[in-house]
Design a protein around this ligand. Sequence first.
Ligand SMILES: Cc1cc2nc3c(=O)[nH]c(=O)nc-3n(C[C@H](O)[C@H](O)[C@H](O)COP(=O)(O)O)c2cc1C
Length: 311
Amino acid sequence: MTLQLADPRALRDAFGAFATGVTVVTAQDADGKPIGFTANSFTSVSLDPPLLLVCLAKTSRNYTTMTSAKHFAVNVLSESQKDVSNTFARPVEDRFALVDWQTGAAGCPILANVAAWFECALEKLVEAGDHVILMGRIEAFENSGLNGLGYARGGYFTPILASKAVSAAAEGNIELAAVLEHHGEVLLIGDEILSLPSCDGKEGSPADILRDYLEELTGLSVTIGFLYSVYEGKSDGKQHIVYRAFASEGEPRNGRFLKPDTLAKAHFKTSSTADIVARFAVESQLGNFGVYFGDETVGTVRSVPAKAAQP
Ligand SMILES: Cc1cc2nc3c(=O)[nH]c(=O)nc-3n(C[C@H](O)[C@H](O)[C@H](O)COP(=O)(O)O)c2cc1C
């Protein structure tokens, strides 16, 4: 594709193909108040001297404070910290009231239960278009050994979810389903009682089987995205593996594309389907998609953790 400067969204989406971790960058303002924002632009730069960088948007409410602070910290979120990422990416009034944290040696907030953290002296500020690059010289760090939270194409992913799906597939007796999207709408099957399109898993790659099934069902061309949910159905004893998927233009020959936020009163085939659609409605408004694993009743599929949902 030739570069279309008129379409920054397309460029952002293409940048999003590069899978990253997620960090929360923190500092202290002149009054000693903690500040912080979610960033996936973190890059390790040099071992000797120990340097890292992160890019800060000039539109950030923290721009002036962050660029005048002498120190900042980068907290690499662990796989259970999707809610922390959302808290520090939304205009929450007191983000630090919603997380456990303590102060590092140079005064920067260090969040609890992160995969790693680095406390840095601001080495250099580099002008970079609509962002500024904060280069930091690492003065202290810790590596907890926890798995990091992943982020790609606007969605979170975790190593645990992927391995859970692989072992579910190996155990057999799986049902594959899709949150099949088209222009923010989701394909639902049925008139009175709605369900997500689903098929039995069999030998072979779950993503390929599901794509072939969805293409046959809808007559549209389908791309399979990230895992959205993996859970064990207590009533049917099956492992359910749900993917996000994307349909090409056109009318589906089965089912209907419906706006998820208009379905609060709809009847769904199972409570898990209702939970998944409700969660999708919330997450598509935020533009952040999570992953979930568990079973139908333990750790029920949630939209956004209550803490993060507070204004
Ligand atoms: C996964 C993710 C990664 C992000 N990465 C960055 C980033 O690298 N730099 C940035 O300036 N904003 C980034 N953002 C957006 C900011 O977190 C968001 O705009 C936040 O509200 C800024 O807060 P502030 O205005 O209080 O500073 C990211 C958001 C998410 C969800």
